[in-house]
Design a protein around this ligand. Sequence first.
Ligand SMILES: C[S@@+](CC[C@H](N)C(=O)[O-])C[C@H]1O[C@@H](n2cnc3c(N)ncnc32)[C@H](O)[C@@H]1O
Length: 353
Amino acid sequence: MHETLYAPGLGYYAAGSTKLSTRSQHTSNQISGDFVTAPELTPIFGQVLAQQFNQVFTQLGHPKILEFGAGSGQLAFDLLTALDAAGVTAHYFIIEVSADLRARQAQKLSSWSSRITWLNSLPTQFEGVVVANEVLDAMPVALVGWSHNLEAVERGVIWQENSFTWQDRPARPDLAQALTQRMPALPGYMTEINLQAESWVQQISQWLGKGVVFLIDYGFVEAEYYHPQRYTGTLMCHIQHRAHDNPFFAPGLQDITAHVDFSAMARAAQQAKLDVMGYVSQARFLLNAGLLQATQTLQKTSPHQSLHAIQKLISEAEMGELFKVLALGRGLTDLPLIGFSQGDRCHQLTRAP
Ligand SMILES: C[S@@+](CC[C@H](N)C(=O)[O-])C[C@H]1O[C@@H](n2cnc3c(N)ncnc32)[C@H](O)[C@@H]1O
């Protein structure tokens, strides 16, 4: 997964394919890109996030945002536009592993060039708001599971008779231990564990001073993730707006993702002494943080904006329920974040005994 997504010059995120559909592309009949993310659907997503971020800035006194994996730069564009309109002059930092996307971001965000900094590595110290939309799902997972004789296995890829195929071997001790702790042994069950995302979350603790981290992605808590019925895991591929489950198809030309185990992310954060400040569905977060008011305003100023896109953000059948928002933080436990004011599901992050 790491090679097909990130191998220099060849990987999906390292080479020059279109990847994300932009707003103009997915509203026209011409299909381009492989998938659409929330910021690419409508500016409302960034406008509502800006309201939540503003609440944090009021507490901190200085508006700074660090975005991981900024894609086409659309979320940064919408956040900066909304914050400027609210009279908040934010400084924006971006960490992006894809050189191709970084170039697209620089072009899109040229009006704010004096306020945007691309970082080549993690900061040593940062105070402010951190955001990562659909980034955890793009981090390479390990495929793990239980063999028919209930041995913990790790699934790898081999080249045989001129094609890629799977090969299982006993799981490395860290993966076997994680698997055993997260689910009962079920013969023939395959799933994913994302140790890279867990250590990425733990690393945040080393550089975050006061601030809040908003992780937005599709995924579930542990009890749902490792549910007996989900016995083939969550690995998915996206190419030209089609989703399928064959990662050997068009290596380097299609996106490969896995859903996020939010319990694992919250546990990694707590172990690293970060606070878990909230966990809600995307629909609930956006409604709590002012989606309805923002929609009314948008309809007055830009009546052509698609209500269909806004509905997609909150519909249970689309992104509203599958996508979640997890807030982690430090030094702000007394701040009741507006996005989590109703419907907080933090209690679901730890499995019921
Ligand atoms: C699915 S795209 C999402 C893009 C954008 N956030 C959006 O919502 O439209 C995943 C992004 O994460 C970036 N990425 C993946 N792993 C990363 C990491 N460890 N640090 C920073 N960016 C990363 C990719 O290059 C890409 O820009």
